[in-house]
Design a protein around this ligand. Structure first.
Ligand code: SF4
Ligand code: SF4
Length: 363
């Protein structure tokens, strides 16, 4: 009995999975709301301060492990996975990415961010999935999430069999690697949970070893404060000087721990056009992006997740990357371009420009 209807829960989950696939999701699972055994690990992570300035993480505290408190009445969580590797990715795409990272003057933007803002894409598709469920079970209570701080997304995903938690803390799967987004629908329907899958990291430590800032301080333990993804996207103030050189040419996010992961040879390309990469984020040089005015930044990033960080953080990140390029090349054009934007820049960006110019040996 579901929502007062004579419905077989297992059959309904099969139906939800089929609808999910039609909507572009590569996998759908169901998790129960009991995440009590994840609470100790969450508390230890918060106590260690590993969440950095992501105050919303601390604010939500242990409620993140209690979906029924977040959305009262929740009895199950439908979990979903959607592949994001851009459709035009070539075979051996990891080599292309390593090559870009090895070119100091090229701009490296994390793969997931090169297309449309996934928050919107995933939520809109989950909403449509919920409406299809409604057409069968009648009106019910639900709320959709994607990359949402209040929920322990990775826990819900692993419990419901969307993959296992890799040592880099992301969810990964034997048939899809880790290049996918997660989303959830909290529902007030009692659905049968789907089974978790076994972990397959084994003795591998490739992600820990490759991390430029050693942010994976131990297997399954990420100190967000030193993770380049966090520093370039979430972190609002100055980038701590000790991590600037390690950022290299990464101006938005970091993919290294995923590029090196052996399971990503099975990464799947997206089936939807939304995640197609915009050319400007795959082929631009740092200097091309540095000269953007705020209006140009807003224009080029319309509809992407990149826009969320705003122009100031964008310039801050670019200044660090240009400084790193300058250290090796001493390219006078880079120094000049940095100096030209100093006037009119915010105090935060100015400090990063000064640091960058100093990397070329002049002040
Ligand atoms: S995203 Fe980059 S900095 Fe962060 S843990 Fe992975 S490799 Fe390290
Ligand atoms: S790189 Fe190795 S240890 Fe890290 S997530 Fe992949 S398989 Fe696991």
């Amino acid at each position: 009995m579901i929502n007062g209807h004579e419905l077989d829960g297992n059959a309904l989950v099969v139906q939800i999975r089929a609808w999910g696939h039609e909507l572009g999701f590569s996998q759908i699972g169901v998790a129960s709301v009991d995440l009590a055994d994840a609470e100790a690990g969450l508390q230890a992570w918060l106590d260690a301060g590993f969440h950095g300035e992501m105050a919303y993480m601390a604010r939500h505290g242990l409620r993140r492990a209690r979906p029924a408190q977040l959305v009262p009445g929740t009895l199950s969580v439908i979990t979903a996975r959607i592949d994001y590797l851009p459709r035009q990715s070539v075979d051996g795409w990891q080599a292309v990415e390593w090559q870009r990272l090895a070119q100091p003057e090229a701009a490296a933007v994390s793969i997931y961010a090169r297309g449309r803002d996934y928050h919107r894409v995933v939520r809109a598709r989950l909403q449509r999935l919920a409406e299809r469920i409604e057409s069968v079970v009648g009106p019910f209570g639900y709320r959709v999430f994607s990359d949402s701080a209040p929920l322990l997304e990775a826990q819900l995903a692993t419990r419901s069999g969307l993959g296992w938690r890799g040592k880099h803390t992301l969810v990964l799967d034997r048939d899809a690697g880790s290049t996918f987004f997660l989303g959830e629908i909290c529902v007030d329907l009692a659905l049968p949970p789907t089974e978790p899958v076994a972990a397959h990291c084994g003795q591998c430590t490739a992600c820990l070893d490759v991390c430029p800032t050693r942010a994976i301080v131990a297997p399954y333990r990420l100190d967000a404060r030193r993770c380049i993804s966090y520093l370039t996207i979430e972190h609002a103030g100055p980038i701590p000087v000790q991590w600037r050189a390690a950022m290299g040419n990464r101006i938005y996010g970091c993919d290294d721990c995923q590029l090196v992961c052996p399971w990503n040879k099975y990464a799947r390309r997206a089936t939807i056009a939304d995640f197609d990469a915009r050319k400007v984020f795959t082929s631009a040089r740092l200097l091309d992006l540095w000269v953007w005015s705020e209006a140009e930044f807003l224009h080029h990033t319309t509809g992407t997740a990149i826009r969320r960080i705003g122009y100031e953080r964008w310039q801050r990140n670019l200044a660090v990357a240009l400084g790193n390029a300058l250290r090796g090349t001493r390219d006078a054009a880079v120094t000049q371009a940095l100096r030209e934007r100093r006037e009119g820049a915010s105090a935060l960006v100015r400090e990063h420009i000064d640091w960058a110019v100093a990397q070329g040996g002049s002040t």
